[in-house]
Ligand binder design. Structure first.
Ligand code: NAP
Length: 253
């Protein structure tokens, strides 16, 4: 066994929504720690593939729209065929819809909940079953949000989904810790990706947000890598059901 607690050599991670943004940053970061990557996307993850392969690790792209749970069996099947299974699952795919709560539509509710919460749970369940069947240790990392802790405004389905992610992370940890599965979450702060483009394009909102972040800057995909490698590695074997904020200090204010 490597003496490096954070070494991921020989491991395989399934990461959803990693063609861009935070998912891409974590895929590249895990690959640099030695991990093969199964990239689950509805868009082509060509840039992620190039960057993962440049670090010398294996890469498999699986096409899936996680609005529905239908692709889940195929994700596990293709991972098994190519890498003999996975050790790590990062549930990162997510979307946000913004509208006043008085006007919010059922479509915007269902679309967000289906990807951010329902598929996250059923993919975790499929991954958990595969680990238990093979008596293999597993690490699940869910991507939560500051809106797992706070209410937010104009994003009702997003707040519901991310608050649900925090609760489900605890539930899965409670049931599965004794089976050799670590389930934890990362709550990113305000990060410069597509998800926050509308906020950064609004000078007043952008100023208000920046004014509250103690580090005084938006986060980047690279800022999540340390937390992701920690929660994916044996360094976190006794960490269960925790949601780790990586937020430049936002929640401390
Ligand atoms: P992003 O650039 O918009 O990335 C979101 C990813 O999810 C993309 O790869 C996207 O694929 C994928 N996705 C969305 N709907 C999908 C679907 N139906 N099926 C499969 N994949 C789907 O935003 P990001 O900031 O990197 O977001 C990553 C995660 O971090 C999300 O869960 C988000 O809620 C969370 N988060 C972000 C922030 C932030 O400040 N940026 C803060 C807290 C939490 P496409 O490119 O094909 O749409």
């Amino acid at each position: 066994m490597s003496t490096n607690l954070f070494d991921l050599s020989g491991k395989t991670a399934i990461i959803t929504g990693c063609n861009t943004g935070l998912g891409q940053g974590m895929a590249v970061g895990l690959a640099e720690a030695g991990c093969n990557i199964v990239a689950v996307n509805r868009s082509e993850p060509s840039e992620t593939q190039r960057r993962v392969e440049a670090s010398g690790q294996g890469f498999l792209a699986v096409h899936a729209d996680l609005t529905s749970t239908a692709p889940i069996d195929d994700i596990l099947y293709q991972t098994e065929q190519r890498f003999g299974g996975a050790d790590i699952l990062i549930n990162n795919a997510g979307l946000i819809r913004r509208a006043d709560a008085l006007d919010f539509t059922e479509q915007d509710w269902d679309d967000v909940i289906n990807v951010n919460l329902k598929s996250l749970f059923f993919l975790s369940q499929a991954f958990g079953r595969a680990c238990v069947d093979k008596q293999r240790r597993g690490k699940i990392i869910n991507i939560a949000s500051l809106l797992s802790f706070q209410g937010g405004i104009r994003v009702p389905s997003y707040t519901a989904s991310k608050s649900g992610v925090l609760g489900l992370t605890r539930l899965m940890a409670n049931e599965w810790a004794s089976l050799g599965l670590n389930v934890n979450a990362i709550a990113p702060g305000y990060m410069a990706t597509n998800n926050t483009q509308a906020l950064r394009d609004d000078p007043q909102r952008s100023r208000e947000i920046l004014g509250r972040i103690p580090t005084g800057r938006w986060g980047t995909p690279e800022d999540l890598v340390g937390a992701a490698v920690f929660l994916a590695s044996r360094a976190s074997d006794y960490v269960n059901g925790h949601t780790l904020a990586v937020d430049g200090g936002w929640l401390g204010r």
